[in-house]
Write a protein that binds this ligand. Sequence first.
Ligand SMILES: [Zn+2]
Length: 128
Amino acid sequence: MIERSLPKAAAQRLLQLQAMVDAIATKRQARKAASDLAQRLVALGVEPEKARHAAEKAQRNGCGLCMAKNRRGLPCIALGDGAGGRCRFHGGLSTGPKTPEGRQRALEALARGRLRAADNRRRGPAGS
Ligand SMILES: [Zn+2]
């Protein structure tokens, strides 16, 4: 061990420097990952400026982008931190009830809503 043969102050300084080097390496890796993602987006047809912003945003937030194919045929560049790594527009929010009780409850709510809507139609516009 080199550290053992050094004076304590020098050994501490060495550890500090090692930590700094590690921090720089980590930052460099993050930047590389962001630029790789931006390049991938550009290859898929996203405007370079938008791709760069989206990649930085994903990096900052520590999650990926949604990447669902949108109506223009481009990948969705919203943050994909929901279910399946998708955004709130592309299935990232709830994907529906899973338990039999939950499904039943959802169907009942649907029926209630439809009955209410039919009732409102029968009554006609408010105030008439
Ligand atoms: Zn999306």
